[in-house]
Design a protein around this ligand. Structure first.
Ligand code: ITT
Length: 202
């Protein structure tokens, strides 16, 4: 950790996604990470077209409202056969307010008829850490998890597109992995491990 950053320093997590919050808290445990809902932070509008910019917007918004260091995750699914969609709009692919099931259904419909070999995809995660809202050098880490999109959902763990995300190395979907195993393999796990390293060397 940088000298100004103690292991007890509270960090606000700029997310309202319970699936993400659980994973991030588990991966960074025992560091105290509190979700922004704890501080009644109004959600920032994700107006950008890249993961990195949206993560910066969310972290800056939370740091500003809480006057605390802030962490944000912007992530999503990038599907080759769909030219990278749903990408940064993964959370609202089927429309604003859509559920995980709606989004998965829309994805399966868009990919109808696409053969197995062309259903390649990856989860992307950008994690941003800002010491304060005007931090000119935020820490930025990124993770990528390669897989393939199935034609039907399998598994009940995780969230979002996990039930249709097939992981060739483990012969199962990410919704069939235990939370512990997902948290060692995922795009989010990779980005957070990188962030831990950056915090140690910053
Ligand atoms: P916050 O902005 O409040 O953090 P959000 O869900 O709106 O929550 P994003 O804009 O980063 O966050 O969208 C991420 C979406 O990408 C998420 O809602 C899922 O649909 C998908 N996604 C990201 N990581 C995933 C994972 O580990 N497993 C399954 N789907 C994931």
């Amino acid at each position: 950790m940088p000298q100004s950053f103690s292991p007890q320093q509270q960090i606000v997590l700029a997310s309202g996604n319970q699936g993400k919050i659980k994973e991030i808290q588990a991966i960074l445990a025992p560091h105290p990470i509190l979700a922004q809902s704890h501080f009644n932070v109004p959600e920032a509008e994700e107006t950008a077209t890249t993961f990195i910019e949206n993560a910066l917007i969310k972290a800056r918004n939370a740091a500003l409202h809480c006057q605390l260091p802030a962490l944000a995750d912007d992530s999503g699914l990038v599907v080759d056969a769909l030219n990278g969609a749903p990408g940064v709009i993964s959370a609202r692919y089927a429309g604003v307010g859509s559920s995980d099931q709606d989004n998965v259904q829309k994805l399966l419909t868009e990919l109808a008829g696409v053969p197995e070999a062309e259903r390649t995809a990856r989860f992307m995660c950008v994690i941003v850490f800002m010491r304060h809202a005007e931090d000119p050098v935020p820490l930025i880490a990124q993770g990528v998890w390669e897989g393939r999109i199935l034609t039907a959902a399998i598994g009940t763990h995780g969230f979002g597109y996990d039930p249709v995300f097939w992981i060739p190395s483990h012969h199962c979907t990410s919704a069939e992995l235990s939370a512990t195993l997902k948290n060692t393999l995922s795009h989010r796990a990779q980005a957070l491990q990188q962030l831990k390293h950056l915090l140690l060397t910053a």
